[in-house]
Design a protein around this ligand. Structure first.
Ligand SMILES: CC(C)(COP(=O)(O)OP(=O)(O)OC[C@H]1O[C@@H](n2cnc3c(N)ncnc32)[C@H](O)[C@@H]1OP(=O)(O)O)[C@@H](O)C(=O)NCCC(=O)NCCS
Length: 171
């Protein structure tokens, strides 16, 4: 994949049809905290009420067409130094390096956007090997194994925790 074809930008309502293509796919949402989107109306409501108001939720674009997302939401108060990271890519584009390129772009800009932010965190289900590989290729450090850490799609899951600090270097 030519990295110049990949960009990140905020969502807008005109992304609805492209967004629905990948957000309606159970393979894409399987490990995500949000459920598969079922209709165009639901997709539009999600863009308007969740994606656009979010402090840092970017559309991963291939030639400016939405094919996924990266989301980073800094916590508040004494936890404002850290932010969880989430991302997904349309299944038709898996295995082309797109999530890795997009996450590198995100990491290189988000620390400038949030001056208090020092640490990005990613929680990954043990069986989600592709996502673990993405994090490792970007330079995240695998810090540990969290037993029965949280629910995903109604089931309590074991997870790995990864982090990337503002002082870390890209691989
Ligand atoms: C995880 C996900 C974002 C990866 O996107 P992608 O664009 O295919 O990622 P990349 O192509 O940049 O890298 C994927 C890497 O994982 C590897 N991989 C994929 N499936 C794998 C598996 N089952 N076992 C081992 N490695 C695997 C690929 O070979 C590739 O590594 P390589 O470059 O060394 O060959 C994508 O599969 C996705 O959207 N999944 C559903 C949502 C999700 O899981 N999000 C993350 C939640 S933590």
């Amino acid at each position: 994949m030519d990295p110049s074809r990949i960009s990140l930008r905020p969502f807008n309502c005109s992304d609805v049809d492209e967004f629905l293509k990948w957000a309606s796919d159970d393979r894409v949402t399987r490990y995500l905290r949000w459920n598969t989107i079922a209709s165009r109306e639901e997709a539009l409501e999600y863009i308007e009420k969740v994606a656009i108001p979010h402090p840092w939720r970017q559309s991963i674009c291939l030639d400016d067409r939405s094919i996924g997302y990266v989301s980073i939401r800094p916590e508040s108060g004494d936890c404002r130094c850290r932010a969880p990271v989430g991302y997904a890519v349309s299944a038709e584009h898996w295995g082309q390096g797109i999530a890795t390129i997009a996450l590198k772009i995100a990491v290189s800009s988000v620390f400038k956007d949030f001056p208090d932010l020092v640490r990005l965190e990613a929680l990954v289900e043990v069986e989600n090997k592709g996502s673990q590989r993405v994090l490792e290729k970007v330079g995240f450090l695998k810090e540990g194994f969290l037993r029965k850490y949280g629910y995903c799609k109604g089931e309590i899951r074991d997870m790995f925790i990864y982090s990337f600090l503002s002082s870390d270097m890209f691989l």
